[in-house]
Write a protein that binds this ligand. Structure first.
Ligand code: CTP
Length: 408
């Protein structure tokens, strides 16, 4: 597919917030227009300290929106119309302040009001001082936005206007334009596609108060579902009990046991792609007691009979004509990660295995980062240590690519 075709004709609402990188706004507008997009600019009060509205209106060929309540503008086009008219809202640069306001749903200027009033895809390109970026508040805010379906581009590492070096630089306009191209291309590839993702642990009851479970947080599975939905896939997430919020734009089915998870998964078929990120309990109690199991006087040891749970991944992989076009399993391993995972490709009958090292030293379980290897019959791709959100985005892009190749 011709790269520029996908962005041609797209209407981009570019929100420029306060930060030195705002001076790159006109360059970004120019590059997007060169590729055939139309760009309408919203400039915050902070942004206007770094770039002039005149420069932006000259390069965009449109007026620049700065006021929330302007009688003339509201008659022409108000904040609701601004987001209704756009195919995508892009915040670049996105300051720490505007990210925090987005999380809280504040709407005290035209930029934040347009962002609150939209149901269109939102992309942010953060730019700020390294310590502001690394501050726990910003990191929590970015994670919250991502779980609500906001796509983040960057920031990058480099020299900063404040004289420091580190993470926090806005991506260059050409990189943002390329990323938006890729975003539209992947959305086009995945539009009309259906995905199933499993996430979290399962919970297997022993009696009304006790159960067997594991340490899976659900962060990775939820991030994958969110990333697929951001790219326009109709996504169903079947999740065991987790503390993760339901991702925006995703249909979520909450389950407890492996058997419930299997039933829910089968109920979503047919889908184009299924990703099994849940840490399903291999075993369940042979007999779930109706009443609380009592400790008998003098009892110092006891045994619990377990029976095997159904293998959800293997079942869906061999679902005949209901088998998804692409089936992706996970392999959580502590030793011989790649060998053990590659074996699962065969035993489970799936197309890809995402292998991850869950040894204590790797800190994967419950943590925000993941080091994974994407294993297929074509070989092994070793991905660097990435946040789970980024692993989700990268996997969603690879899925988009694979589904398109398969149809070519
Ligand atoms: N899986 C599943 N149903 C099960 C067990 C596992 O769908 N009953 C899926 C997981 O979601 C994952 C893959 O199978 O995608 C591998 O899970 P893992 O726990 O690593 O493998 P196991 O088959 O349980 O093997 P082992 O515990 O021996 O490593």
């Amino acid at each position: 597919m011709d790269e520029c075709v996908v962005i041609k004709g797209k209407r981009i609402l570019l929100i420029i917030s306060g930060g030195i990188a705002a001076y790159k706004g006109p360059d970004l507008v120019r590059r997007l227009r060169e590729r055939g997009a139309s760009v309408r600019c919203v400039l915050t009060a902070g942004g206007a300290k770094f770039v002039s509205p005149l420069a932006l209106s000259t390069v965009s060929g449109d007026k620049v929106y700065q006021e929330l309540f302007s009688l003339i503008d509201e008659r022409e086009i108000g904040h609701i119309e601004l987001s209704r008219d756009a195919d995508i809202l892009v915040v670049a640069p996105a300051s720490a302040n505007i990210l925090a306001k987005m999380v809280q749903g504040q709407a005290d200027d035209i930029a934040t009001t347009a962002l609150l009033a939209t149901d269109k895809p939102v992309v942010v390109a953060p730019a700020m001082n390294i310590r502001m970026w690394e501050h726990a508040a910003t990191q929590v805010n970015v994670a919250a936005l991502r779980s609500r379906g906001v796509t983040t581009l960057g920031p990058a590492e480099g020299d900063m206007a404040c004289g420091e070096y580190g993470m926090g630089r806005m991506l260059e306009p050409v990189e943002i334009a390329d990323a938006l191209e890729a975003f539209f291309r992947d959305r086009e590839r995945l539009s009309g596609r259906r995905a199933l993702v499993t996430s979290g642990p399962t919970l297997e009851a022993i009696d009304p108060v006790r159960y067997i479970t594991n340490r899976s947080s659900g962060k990775q599975g939820h991030a994958i579902a969110s990333a697929l939905a951001q790219l326009g896939t109709e996504t169903t997430l079947v999740s065991g009990p987790t503390r993760e919020p339901d991702p925006t734009g995703v249909r979520v089915i909450h389950v407890e046991s492996a058997r419930q998870m299997l039933k829910a998964c089968e109920g979503t078929l047919p889908v184009d792609v299924a990703v099994f990120a849940a840490a399903v309990s291999d075993w369940r109690a042979a007999m779930e007691a109706n009443g609380k199991i009592k400790k008998r006087p003098g009892e110092t040891t006891t045994t619990l009979d377990l029976v095997e749970n159904p293998d959800i991944l293997a079942t869906i992989s061999s679902a005949g004509n209901r088998r998804p076009q692409l089936v992706v399993g996970f392999a959580a391993e502590t030793d011989d990660v790649i060998d053990n995972a590659a074996r699962k490709l065969e035993t489970k009958g799936c197309d890809w295995i995402v292998a991850n090292d869950i040894s204590k030293a790797a800190g994967t379980f419950g943590g925000v980062a993941n080091t994974v290897h994407l294993i297929s019959r074509d070989g092994v791709e070793n991905w660097p240590r990435l946040s789970k959100a980024t692993v989700g985005e990268r996997l969603a892009k690879r899925i988009a690519q694979r589904l398109t190749e398969a149809n070519d």
